[in-house]
Design a protein around this ligand. Structure first.
Ligand code: ADP
Length: 163
């Protein structure tokens, strides 16, 4: 069975991420979504909130048998070594992602030569979709139904009210 790791922040998970996951499942039997416990990034949603949201979305999409969520404190490559995973999936959007993703893939290769990073392109309609953009749109009253699942939209609105 071929398992791949899909690491990221997922703050929150979007249709862009989901598209990568679904495409990834054409290549791999199982995907583990990995959230970093020690991320230096300032996130809108806590780790527990993001895990809860992703689990809910996975269930709604009927992907529970093939996709699981985990969190880890440390380097992605160390998680791979610990769990015997040999593939990392990353999504690529036009232009901006390339340099960062290239650097990260090279760094991971240096630390773990057995692990291959596999890049997947999303559907064109999600090319310019990023979590930060969604947060901005919802903040100013815009519509995000075509960008995130309904449950995520609700969570965003809840958070907005709280803040
Ligand atoms: P990170 O903080 O590691 O960039 P993200 O949650 O932002 O985590 O993204 C995780 C992965 O999913 C990255 O490889 C990112 O490039 C990819 N990704 C995010 N949104 C999209 C999208 N709309 N299309 C393709 N890939 C995407």
């Amino acid at each position: 069975m071929k398992t791949a790791l899909y690491p990221g922040t997922f703050d929150p998970i979007t249709f862009g991420h989901l598209d990568i996951i679904k495409r990834g499942l054409k290549i791999f039997d199982k995907i583990i979504i990995l959230l970093a416990k020690n991320s230096l990034k300032n996130t809108l949603f806590s780790l527990d909130e993001r895990i809860f949201q992703i689990n809910k979305v996975i269930k709604e999409e009927n992907l529970s048998e093939k996709v699981i969520v985990d969190d880890f404190e440390g380097l992605t490559i160390d998680y791979c070594k610990k769990k015997n995973i040999y593939f990392i999936i990353r999504g690529l959007r036009p232009l901006v992602d390339f340099e960062y993703e290239f650097e990260m893939a090279m760094a991971n290769r240096e630390m773990g030569n057995d692990v291959e990073t596999v890049f997947i392109l999303t559907d064109q309609k999600y090319f310019y979709l990023r979590s930060t953009l969604i947060k901005d749109i919802i903040n100013y009253g815009g519509e995000v139904s075509d960008k995130v699942p309904q449950i995520i939209k609700e969570e965003l609105l809840k958070k907005l009210k709280k803040n």
